[in-house]
Design a protein around this ligand. Structure first.
Ligand SMILES: [Zn+2]
Length: 233
């Protein structure tokens, strides 16, 4: 089988492959991926902080209710006429009063601590938000650059594609199908010459002699290792 046309096709296709590689390996693309990861992390952190804040707010509500309850008890206690108390009653009054006062005192401290917690969370939240905004903005910038790069190369790609469409007409359709299958899997070059008597010209793996004996009839054989089409020069 004459492979001249297919090799010609591959020669032109190499230019297209090169452009595709250039676009995928663009440093902007790598950077954009990194930034997208960062933004996602920041988003997760924000959610985490929000949950944390909600918990602390709930805590504060409970502490406040507790505080009001104790304050009410204290006010009630202070309204009592101590003169009418027996010694025993006065004793339990004093104990209760000091207990409530100590309650109020520790509740106040806890409330203060919770307020500090909320402040810390808020600070952290603002920091995270800034990080997110920053990553988003940089991501958009990268996206623009990627689009610009692609726009510059697009006409060239189209030109090559048209050329390939013409060349394809002269290649055996079955062979073309095999070629495209590999090309879609990002294998390139697809067609490589046999090296020596029985080695793949790309990965240098030894090809079975049974396959080699078929090469004259079929034109190409598949290297089981790298999946390339191997032909005899
Ligand atoms: Zn191979």
């Amino acid at each position: 089988m004459d492979l001249t046309q297919l090799l010609k096709y591959q020669e032109v296709d190499a230019k297209l492959f090169q452009i595709e590689q250039k676009l995928t390996s663009s440093p902007y693309k790598k950077k954009a991926n990194e930034l997208a990861g960062l933004a996602k992390k920041a988003q997760a952190k924000s959610t985490e902080l929000e949950n944390e804040a909600n918990n602390v707010l709930k805590e504060i509500d409970e502490l406040k209710a507790n505080f009001t309850q104790n304050k009410k008890s204290l006010d009630g206690l202070l309204k009592k006429d101590l003169d009418k108390f027996s010694l025993e009653e006065l004793d339990s009054f004093t104990t209760l009063k000091s207990k409530i006062l100590s309650n109020l005192n520790s509740l106040e401290k806890m409330l203060q601590k919770s307020a500090e917690k909320i402040n810390n969370i808020l600070g952290e939240f603002n920091k995270t938000k800034k990080m997110y905004d920053n990553a988003r903005a940089q991501f958009e910038e990268c996206k623009k650059k990627i689009q610009e790069e692609s726009k510059v190369l697009e006409p060239e790609k189209e030109k090559i594609k048209k050329e390939l469409q013409e060349l394809e007409k002269h290649v055996d359709s079955k062979l073309m199908e095999e070629y495209k299958k590999r090309r879609n899997d990002n294998i390139f070059p697809v067609v490589v010459p046999l090296e020596g008597k029985n080695f793949c010209g790309r990965c240098r793996m030894e090809l079975p002699m049974a396959a080699i004996s078929r090469i004259n009839d079929t034109g190409v054989i598949t290297c089981e290792h790298c999946k390339r089409l191997v032909y005899k020069k």
